[in-house]
Design a protein around this ligand. Structure first.
Ligand code: AQP
Length: 346
């Protein structure tokens, strides 16, 4: 057994939060409400927070190198503009901490083919052409498990679409601990939930809002100006009915449910309270109210993000300091892992 004292000395905080966002393009309202807004809320004295721009995940689909660099900075700028304090949270980009890839390889050898073949996100992203997909796209959930377990993270705030990957992370931790007869990797708690754990496309209420959707009208991008936000909500698909006053009235009305969910998350209130407020209104009346709230909340974030992007050196310094802090935690955990599995480290 691993010496319990040594193991706990690797951890300073009882609760450690890890999460990441891929720099695959501009962020959407889905990324904000499902993930980043909650990253900000989890910054408190009880949690040590570690937030990562996961550039190694991004290249599971081809990225233009110049754009990848800029998108990496942009996600970091967005984190800070949305309220993450880089003096308290550890903020860095994944490739700057090589321990992620090193532990990722070990987890490739722990995860089973059958587990990976069940991952629905691979099927969704690879589509019909799975033979032509990158091997990295298939293996990506094992790297995601490494991202989390490299810090012995206890809590991982993510959108609903990542639930299956977090279950895999738990399976990998359990199998590693079992195979090597240790109690080393924690069984991480997913933090999914909140009002907007799954924000849907504005063009199809059954599909996730996504940065890579070919239709720009399907999403609100963090950075869209006020006119664009009003236009996108105006054109959002809806049904012909008025808004209900109670939750059962949203049944089989995915587009109505989505707009109500977005409004509730933006106004920090429950769906019930929103329906009490707007029940009975027609969409033509509700959509401008929703757009106005979105602009009021998102504009200051976009403005600050653009300001930060004017000074990319400052962002690079923040990321570099964050990577140094991250390696101080990740290094000993990787070394201990090597020791457990019998890797000679002369
Ligand atoms: N529509 C969404 N609703 C709620 N949460 C969401 N997230 C993404 N879309 C929604 C959450 O955002 C975090 C970062 O996601 P990511 O960028 O790393 O990857 P993703 O989930 O693949 O996001 P996209 O926008 O769909 O990217 P592409 O189009 O590149 O695949 C995660 O916590 C995710 O749950």
């Amino acid at each position: 057994m691993v010496d319990k004292e040594k193991q706990s000395s690797l951890k300073k905080f009882e609760k450690r939060v890890f999460s990441g966002v891929q720099p695959t393009g501009g962020l959407t309202l889905g990324n904000y409400l499902g993930a980043v807004k909650r990253f900000v809320e989890m910054q408190s004295e009880d949690y040590e927070t570690i937030y990562c721009v996961v550039d190694q995940h991004a290249i599971t689909a081809w990225q233009n190198p110049l754009e990848l660099r800029e998108n990496t900075r942009q996600i970091a700028a967005f984190f800070i503009a949305a309220g993450i304090d880089p003096n308290s949270a550890i903020l860095f980009n994944q490739s700057a901490v090589p321990e992620h890839a090193q532990l990722g390889w070990i987890f490739n050898c722990v995860a089973r083919m059958g587990w990976m073949q069940r991952m629905t996100q691979f099927k969704d992203k690879a589509g019909k052409n799975s033979q032509n997909a990158a091997l990295g796209l298939f293996a990506y959930p094992a790297l995601m498990a490494a991202d989390i377990l490299l810090y012995h993270a206890t809590h991982v705030p993510v959108g609903d679409d990542q639930k299956q990957h977090l279950e895999l992370t738990r399976d990998i931790a359990i199998k590693f601990n079992h195979d090597y007869k240790v109690d080393f990797f924690p069984v991480t708690e997913p933090v999914i939930g909140g009002t907007a754990s799954r924000v849907m496309s504005l063009r199809d209420g059954t599909k996730k809002m996504s940065k890579s959707d070919p239709s720009d009208l399907s999403r609100i991008n963090m950075g869209d100006d006020a006119d664009t936000i009003f236009l996108k909500f105006k054109k959002a698909k809806t049904d012909a009915g008025a808004l209900p006053s109670e939750i059962p009235g949203l049944k089989n009305r995915p587009e109505a449910e989505n707009l109500i969910t977005i409004y509730s998350a933006l106004s920090n209130q429950s769906i019930e309270s929103t329906l009490k407020e707007v029940g009975g209104k027609q969409f033509s009346e509700f959509k401008p109210i929703l757009a106005e709230l979105a602009v009021e909340l998102l504009s200051p974030i976009s403005t600050e993000m653009n300001r930060l992007m004017q000074n990319s050196e400052e962002i690079d310094i923040i990321l570099s300091k964050g990577a140094d802090r991250a390696r101080k935690i990740a290094g000993p955990i990787l070394q201990k892992t090597y020791e457990i599995i019998g890797m000679l480290q002369p």
